[in-house]
Design a protein around this ligand. Structure first.
Ligand SMILES: [Zn+2]
Length: 357
């Protein structure tokens, strides 16, 4: 949990992933988890872990390898960016206006502590929408849901000092702790530091594997899956596995048919969302491995929403691709919640499947 905590407490919004990239790269290198490590032009991390078969004589040979003249190439991809903001404007009173990078529900942004991350330091600020407090607002004011552009950050400093410290383009993230609540982990940006973490844990767990594994931590997923496509083009994988999170709405106020997934029932095999349909053969393979290893997993369909798998699937001549996802309650808030059984099954299933290839 220490690693997951560190990943969630490292601010990195789309296009500003330098901090999380450093944390992941340092961890991979310190623990010798990959044979080659590179960063592509957009900033995605590509870690190559060459095939390490159990022994040259055991196991069923991969029949396709003769035709390919190389081991099966599997790409894992977890986006390492988080939803947040970039500083757009500093007004004459020192209030900071922001531009969103990623999809927020503005109802979750009232009275939030935020971090304005500058080159020199991270400044704590308070985010609120413009408008009057309840004491002096009209009934119509109170019913209004503000647009994202109406929010501002108060740094408690005079305009001159704010302008000295903050520049247009500095990133702003919500600030919340990483805590255990019952059998769950609660934090900001579990979407998708959970996927980043699961890939690292799988690399740590692996005892042997006959495939070459390209473990990728992608950039700019939250603004439209921009980093995954060029990374996939360069790797030319045979199989893609997108490691992300999904909705878990088995909560009050949501009809059961709209729950998407159930907390504690295991990692989701994402059958489809509005961006892709997972390869059905891969779903069957993962379910077979799950049954054999007594690892929990569940199928899920997300009617709206997408993830990196869609960019991987459509690369070059097409790539057989599946999306894995951890059920997350209260997704895209500062209190995202993941059940420990789902975290556990995520990296164990990914590990066993890689070993099965
Ligand atoms: Zn995500």
């Amino acid at each position: 949990m220490e690693l997951l905590k560190k990943l969630t407490q490292t601010p990195s919004v789309p296009g500003r992933e330098d901090r999380i990239r450093r944390v992941i790269c340092d961890y991979l290198q310190e623990n010798g988890l990959v044979d080659e490590l590179s960063i592509d032009a957009m900033g995605s991390i590509i870690g190559l872990r060459r095939a390490r078969p159990a022994s040259v004589t055991s196991g069923t040979p991969d029949p396709g390898s003769v035709l390919r003249k190389r081991p099966l190439r599997v790409m894992l991809a977890a986006h390492m960016d988080q939803i947040g903001f970039l500083v757009r404007h500093i007004d004459d009173n020192g209030y900071v206006r922001v531009n969103p990078v990623g999809g927020f529900d503005t109802r979750n942004l009232f009275a939030r502590r935020v971090l304005v991350c500058t080159a020199a330091e991270d400044l704590t600020g308070i985010m609120n929408p413009g408008g009057k407090p309840i004491h002096i607002s009209s009934e119509a004011d109170r019913k209004k849901v503000p647009e994202i552009g109406e929010f501002f950050v108060d740094l408690g400093l005079p305009a001159e000092e704010v302008r000295q410290k903050v520049v247009i383009g500095d990133m702003v993230v919500l600030d919340g702790p990483f805590t255990m609540v019952g059998n769950s982990v609660v934090s900001q940006c579990l979407d998708n530091r959970v996927g980043c973490w699961a890939q690292i844990r799988a690399l740590e767990n692996l005892s042997h594997h006959s495939c070459d594994i390209y473990a990728v931590w992608t950039v700019q997923e939250e603004v439209g899956m921009r980093g995954a496509a060029p990374a996939t083009f360069g790797i030319e994988p045979d199989i893609g596995v997108a490691c992300d999170t999904t909705l878990c709405c088995k909560t009050p106020g949501v009809p059961d048919e709209d729950r998407v997934s159930v907390a504690g029932d295991g990692v989701c095999l994402h059958v489809m969302d509005s961006s892709m349909i997972s390869d059905f053969g891969l779903i069957a393979d993962f379910e077979h491995v799950a049954r054999a290893g007594i690892i929990k997993c569940q199928r899920a369909i997300l009617p709206r929403g997408g993830q990196d798998g869609s960019a991987i699937q459509r690369s070059r001549g097409g790539v057989r691709t599946i999306a894995l996802a951890c059920p997350i309650k209260y997704i895209h808030t500062v209190t995202e919640m993941a059940h420990i059984d789902d975290l556990d099954s995520y990296h164990r299933l990914l590990t066993r499947w890689l070993e099965s290839l």
